[in-house]
Design a protein around this ligand. Structure first.
Ligand code: SF4
Length: 65
């Protein structure tokens, strides 16, 4: 099973919470967060799910591919 990360970049306030929670897949670039990989495996899901949870503006969504 694979999952896709959908981020509403325009909503991102660049707080860094996702990166702090899941540095494996989140980087901050020019004041906005960005996932290194948009399609992730089951193994990578937990960390990215946590990142979605801690995002204060809830702009990270994860769907099944
Ligand atoms: S936690 Fe949300 S608002 Fe904060 S940097 Fe990450 S995507 Fe942007």
């Amino acid at each position: 099973m694979k999952y896709k990360i959908i981020q509403e970049v325009e909503k991102c306030i660049g707080c860094g919470a996702c990166q702090a929670t899941c540095p494996e897949n989140w980087v901050l670039q020019k004041g906005k967060a960005k996932p290194k990989k948009q399609v992730i495996t089951e193994k990578e899901l937990k960390c990215n799910k946590e990142a979605a949870k801690v995002c204060p503006v809830q702009c990270i969504k994860i769907t099944k591919v």
